[in-house]
Design a protein around this ligand. Structure first.
Ligand code: FE
Length: 353
């Protein structure tokens, strides 16, 4: 998928043609219909102030109230498991396909078939059986020091193992799901053996032992501790928008390079949500997902974390758009999850801490 504007195809929040697959019998306290007392119970690992705007927008459009429980994704998964059939949760929202996959492995989601969601969300950004749907996307790019790196020397993730990058590459730990999903996409492209060789080469070129998050890698590039960082785009957007002079100085030193433009495209990951098997308000939950795929909700939802909307034709935040248009890898996000266990074994064997 190329992130450029084209005419919006017409997914609307108000559409009602929804078919739910394999709905279990609902608990006695289930709330039917979309009247004033209807609710959706959302378990979310997102926490942005602007999310409230979305809940209000949804309530204004449908009369359905959104109750939110916020925690880390793995905690929410555990909570849903321990609540079992009595769980009030309708939707689980997380910020990486790998975590959606973990919830899928726990058999927490039910398949959802919605013409609105199928039309709005590209096929590679949703689960093949409708177990979850991508709602925003983030690109995992190369961020380089403009003073020390000629972007003409950058090309692909694969090229980062070239000896010219010895002691110059910065990335976060392989215990982080972003690293695992990137490796999962490499496994899909090259198979396990070649991906392991790549991971070893990458480790050999590390500027230091992995430490900190993506922002720390960007700051390390600006400070000259290395020359190229692997990072999600929104971390740089945050620094650019920061009102701290030191953050702006960091951002000023950094260039963005979208790798693999001549082959499969840059690795993108998603944040997304799925309807839970035990959802007491499954129909309302689907309705909320449909609302989140509407152009107005997509704009607010993506801008809150400087991400890319999943729905084409929705305006991209101006700072994010400033990074340029790019070709994204269209590998289905479910594959990162499926490859996650092997990605963990590979990074372990390669000594990627
Ligand atoms: Fe992040």
């Amino acid at each position: 998928m190329t992130l450029k504007r084209r005419a919006f195809l017409g997914a609307g929040a108000a559409a009602t043609a929804v078919a739910l697959g394999s709905l279990r019998q609902r608990p006695a306290n289930a709330q039917f219909g979309f009247g004033r007392r209807s609710v959706v119970n959302l378990y979310s690992s997102r926490h942005y102030d602007t999310d409230d705007q979305l809940y209000e927008g949804f309530r204004a459009a449908t009369g359905i109230r959104v109750n939110v429980v916020e925690a880390e994704a793995d905690q929410l998964i555990e909570r849903i498991k321990s609540e079992g059939q009595n769980s009030p949760a309708d939707l689980l929202m997380t910020v990486d396909a790998g975590r959606l996959w973990r919830a899928e492995q726990e058999d927490l989601f039910q398949p959802v078939s919605s013409a609105v969601l199928s039309a709005a969300i590209p096929e590679n950004l949703r689960h093949p059986d409708g177990l979850w749907f991508g709602l925003t996307q983030r690109a995992r790019v190369l961020m380089y020091n403009k003073a020390t790196v000629d972007p003409a020397d950058l090309s692909t993730y694969e090229d980062l193992v070239d000896p010219k990058w010895r002691g110059r590459i910065l990335t976060r730990s392989s215990t982080n799901i972003y690293s695992q999903s990137l490796v999962g996409s490499m496994i899909a492209a090259h198979g396990e053996a070649d991906t392991e060789a790549w991971a070893r080469g990458l480790v050999a070129n590390f500027a230091r032992d992995p430490q900190g998050g993506d922002t720390d890698q960007i700051k390390a590039v600006a400070a000259g501790l290395g020359d190229v960082a692997i990072s999600n785009t929104y971390y740089l957007a945050r620094l650019i928008k920061s009102d701290k002079a030191e953050d702006q100085a960091v951002a000023e030193a950094i260039g963005v390079f979208f790798p693999n433009q001549d082959d499969r495209g840059t690795h993108v990951n998603i944040s997304g949500a799925g309807v839970l098997k035990t959802a007491p308000n499954a129909a309302a939950a689907v309705r909320f997902l449909e609302y989140l795929s509407s152009p107005e909700a997509q704009r607010i939802f993506a801008e809150s974390n400087n991400e890319y909307p999943v729905v084409e034709g929705v305006a991209i935040d101006s700072v994010v758009a400033g990074f340029g248009e790019f070709k994204a890898d269209t590998l289905n996000a479910s594959v990162f999850g499926r490859n996650n266990p092997e990605a963990l074994r590979i990074t372990d064997r390669a000594g990627w801490n």
